[in-house]
Design a protein around this ligand. Sequence first.
Ligand code: WTA
Length: 631
Amino acid sequence: MTNRIQSFEEYQKEYEKSINEPEAFWASKAKQFTWRKEWDKVLEWNFDEPKVEWFKGGKLNITENCLDRHLAERGDKPAIIWEPNDAEADARTYSYKELHSEVCTMANVLRNQGVKKGDRVCIYMPMIPELAFAVLACARIGAIHSVVFGGFSANAIADRINDAACSFVITSDGMYRGDKHLAVKETVDEALKKCNTVDKVLVVKYTDRKVDMVAARDFWYHDAVASASQDCQPEVMDAEDILFILYTSGSTGKPKGVVHTTGGYMVYSEYTFRNVFQYEEEDIYWCTADIGWITGHSYIIYGPLLAGATTIMFEGVPTWPDPGRFWQIVERHKVNIFYTAPTAIRALMTRKLDFVTKHDLSSLKVLGSVGEPINEEAWNWYRNNIGKNELPIVDTWWQTETGGIMISPLANHSPMKPGFATYPLPGVQPVLLDGDGNEIEENGVEGYLAVKFPWPGMLRTTYGDHERCRRTYFETYKGYYFTGDGARRDPQGLYRVIGRVDDVINVSGHRFGTAEIENAIDEHPHVVEAAVVGFPHDIKGQGIYAYVICSEDCMDEAQLIKEIDQEVVKHIGKVARPDKIQIVDDLPKTRSGKIMRRILRKVAEGDTSNLGDITTLLNPEAVQEIIDGRK
Ligand code: WTA
């Protein structure tokens, strides 16, 4: 049985059907899974509250579908191949049977510690197999996982733990990243000083780093495993029970806990995986993302495992021990489908081509891109040098909130155009809106990208604050889910997503709100006011530019800049460090006191030729000052 689209004509037919009869369409995709009880109703929705329910009344467990369902047919097939940071070390492979027993064992450890359905579990770990076990172990017992990316600081972890009132944390002693051995458990300890909901911390021994274990709170995984059985009955979940929370940044200060539920997410992540990449049973599939982001959730763990695929999990970085690391792994595991981010491609294309050509990349069939707009130069380099000028590139546009890929070519079937995500997947109804919220019908236009009909993988709420979800995504344009992105539709109807139209910056495919970074900078006692904007960056896509006003008794400027940088590291993490910090006397403001970000962005870009009319500003002289002081 294959439910893969086999041609562009078939895509067009599927698309038609998905629009005309969405319920019948998605029901036909959901049927292949193991349901303990079939749903009563495929879809109920309105975008006003908003309320979106898929497969209502259906009962299932997603891990039964990721694991148990495959045991008879592909129990010995590799499910996860783990490629460690150390290029000399052996990879580790877990068959579906082995992964099943690892997950069941960890699930029992959690159950034995009192974790139950609906409890929130924070997972803060490096890219080691136990991270995948932990995610699936939570899902096995109906606990809600909230994975926090390893690059976030103690403060950022604490915020996320507190927002979701997590009762349990899973972590490791330390982690490796390139040639570095870094702390992990210490960061959790630091975070927990600010949290009072966490009872227990499960620690995986990995790097043998010396860590403090807090009595009655912390316990080692290897100790707990000894008394845990490998037999774990899955918790039977409602299709609309929460599967996970994943925090993401928006235009306002505090990150939001995007909530995904069980049934719809399952159907959507599998369907999109299989069709976009045109996955076939024997394929070796590798997505280079980190599980701390949505791409890792949907396309390292859930999508591929639901499809019964072999998925590679890579602990290391693309440039260590040398910039050929990705291609060495492709060669070593004979990777067929390779999915990465434009920032990685841009970083690698500046290096000698030898790093590519010395590896045998003949196994590759499909290349993917995700996370940010891919510029034409990077697209062409990827296609020519990695894709031998013949492989399809799927430029996949989607978001944490969408749960899975929304606009993308289907490998080998859809037309391709550099920088274009092309057509919506079946079931996805994108529109371009003008500033008044009217749909723009014609092609060859730009507009605000929104979606007018629900799809099974979409977010259901933001954790603990449904009103915030409504305000953020469903209020700007009534009757639509608003993405926050601007897009162009070419004369043929192909979509190109240009980038954010709100105060979100995309740095190396990681999302940060400008307000979030400003708040961190404001924590410095000498900072009076800060304004953060994005600027074009050759490798990261966007860089972070901070303009900071400091108090009169300000210390030495170089020292202050150092301390501001540390403030960001402390409150958010190294991933959000500003590329440039400029100390200014004043920020250009409107008469009503609003910071003119448009001008700040222009100056950060180095484009001061056309700043528009600045005479209406409260303080036009501030503009020249920031131009003169530009870093
Ligand atoms: C951007 C990552 C252009 C976009 C899966 C979106 C893209 C944000 C693409 C979501 C793409 C992602 N082309 N832009 N192919 N993919 N984006 O939540 O601005 O980390 O809104 O999800 O990344 O980032 P997030």
